[in-house]
Design a protein around this ligand. Structure first.
Ligand code: MSP
Length: 515
């Protein structure tokens, strides 16, 4: 791996501070943390960025409604996202806030660069704007809903806006974008989203309004303070401002740009897959390698919204069921890229079947058997049978497949693959029946237990990237030192005679509450 390829840069979208965090936000963060963790595990230098998007009309409106000045308001709400990141125990490198000076300077620099390169002009905008989406909509996109309210295709209310505005010459980037998508078919994932973006750009691009004059909460246009820079141009820049752009000597900027992946929800794909590469190309900056759009979570079949009263607080779910349990459910229940439905019942079922019955039980059965019957000492290897060798080989193939899946961001497939080896190992223990061997063939019993310990160790080495708390506890119980839990420790042998800790169930079964 050359030095540059060793570096890996991943970002979450930065969260609007208009409201408290919910499971949708937690999802994006958990996905990114898992990918970041896996790459660290593979010994890459990982830079993982998250943060908050604090400017714009939507945030200003929420501050006004709360009767608080926008800066105090954003300070407060940003904290709740910061706290959520801690609660999720994510290992982010940085947390950027768009109200920080380092960011504002970077945005102004980018603006000047776009202007110098001839991509910005002053005119007047008249058209539709959705404050909820912070997006402009064309006439053909707007319809009337059954209450007679004008709405965008996603149902967000729009209002008519007429004001002086700077424009970005997006139309002149259409051909270059199309060529770029064509040359880089992996730029947008999943494939269906790639096609969606392609057809949007194929239909023609209009110049984009990139400044507003009817509110104050934002970064002023460098040479015209009457204008506030469009919040999406401001927000997207976070991905580079956090690295130190435009400082050419910044170590992070040199090492981590272009990003390996921006993970985003499907609702904000257009901003990332069309506007962002156009801004970057226009400013002579390299384009990120991938935009991955994930799906949306509904709750008990309904869209989450304050008015429905079904907004799920991730803090509540974590306190009630556990962090690993929450994360595992999010990662496993829904194929990355598709929509999913959240319910406590589905979470309980998933946790009980996969974590308690399969993985937890495998570890618990083996470790407590050793504890009771082998004086808590790791058994010696002895002579491996064909079946033992096959199981160990299967584990190795599984590891390679998982690495492959993770390098292609197929998180759900990776977990499915890991669970296949868990299930095979549970069958192996039933067939080999160490409890019977105890009476007939102690040597063989030891070998079977040894093989199982190797599998449990290696399954857990992989699992620490997805469910770190439980997987690390199992590795503790196996007495694997903390500095021996990397990818490179996969082939480490276990040392016979090592004393094991008293095994304890790591994933207790969850009870379904009576309604
Ligand atoms: N501030 C912008 C992003 C700017 S990035 C330069 C934004 N913020 S957001 O807070 O509204 O959304 C942040 C992320 O949360 C988005 O990726 C969005 O898709 C995701 N989710 C918000 N609700 C969600 C669900 N119900 N389900 C899954 N993800 C969802 O957009």
């Amino acid at each position: 791996m050359d030095k540059k390829n060793k570096n890996f840069y991943i970002t979450t979208p930065i969260y609007y501070v208009n409201d408290v965090p919910h499971i949708g936000h937690a999802y994006t963060t958990v996905i990114c943390d898992t990918i970041a963790s896996f790459n660290k595990w593979l010994d890459k230098n990982v830079n993982f960025l998250t943060g908050t998007d604090e400017h714009g009309q939507k945030v200003e409106k929420s501050a006004l409604k709360a009767g608080i000045d926008p800066q105090t308001f954003t300070d407060n709400v940003s904290k709740s996202f910061y706290k959520l990141a801690n609660k999720l125990e994510i290992n982010n490198t940085d947390f950027i806030r768009t109200t920080e000076n380092r960011h504002k300077e970077s945005v102004r620099y980018l603006w000047n660069k776009l202007e110098d390169n001839g991509d910005i002009y002053l005119d007047k905008y008249s058209g539709w704007y959705s404050i909820k989406d912070e997006a402009f909509y064309s006439n053909d996109e707007v319809t009337e809903n059954n209450k007679g309210i004008k709405v965008a295709p996603n149902g967000s209310e729009v209002e008519w806006v007429e004001e002086p505005s700077y424009f970005f010459k997006l139309s002149s980037w259409q051909e270059k974008l199309l060529k770029f998508y064509n040359d880089n078919p992996e730029f947008i994932s999943p494939r269906s989203r790639y096609n969606e973006v392609l057809s949007f750009v194929n239909n023609g691009l209009e110049d984009l309004s990139i400044s507003r004059t009817t509110f104050n909460w934002g970064i002023q246009v460098p040479k015209n303070n009457d204008h506030i820079i469009y919040v999406w141009l401001d927000a997207l820049t976070n991905y580079i401002s956090a690295l130190g752009y435009p400082n050419k000597n910044s170590h992070d900027w040199k090492s981590f740009w272009p990003a390996n992946i921006h993970v985003v929800g499907k609702d904000i794909l257009r901003f990332h897959a069309v506007y962002w590469p156009a801004f970057l190309m226009a400013a002579d900056i390299a384009v990120p390698k991938k935009i991955y759009a994930h799906g949306w979570w509904t709750v008990d079949g309904k869209k989450m919204s304050k008015s429905t009263g079904n907004v799920v607080d991730p803090n509540y779910i974590i306190d009630k069921y556990g962090l690993d349990q929450f994360k595992y459910f999010l990662l496993r229940e829904v194929r990355f890229g598709q929509d999913g439905d959240f319910s406590e019942e589905a979470l309980i079922k998933r946790v009980n079947s996969d974590l308690s019955n399969d993985y937890g039980n495998l570890a618990q059965r083996v470790l407590s058997f050793i504890y009771k019957n082998n004086e808590a000492l790791l058994p010696s290897k002895g002579v491996l049978s064909i079946k033992d060798k096959e199981l160990i080989k299967y584990m190795n193939i599984t590891k390679d497949n998982i690495i492959n899946y993770m390098q292609n961001y197929q998180i759900t497939n990776a977990l499915e693959e890991l669970w296949k080896v868990i299930s095979k190992s549970n069958t192996y223990i039933d067939e080999e029946a160490p409890w019977t061997l105890k009476k007939t063939d102690l040597k063989r019993m030891n070998t079977v237990l040894y093989v199982l310990c190797i599998i449990i160790k290696n399954v857990s080495l992989i699992a620490i990237n997805f469910i770190p708390i439980g997987a690390n506890k199992i590795l503790d119980q196996l007495s694997i030192p903390e500095d021996k839990r990397k990818y490179r420790n996969f082939d480490d042998d276990l040392i016979a005679g090592t004393k094991l800790l008293k095994p304890e169930g790591v994933f207790p079964r969850l009870e379904i509450e009576e309604k």
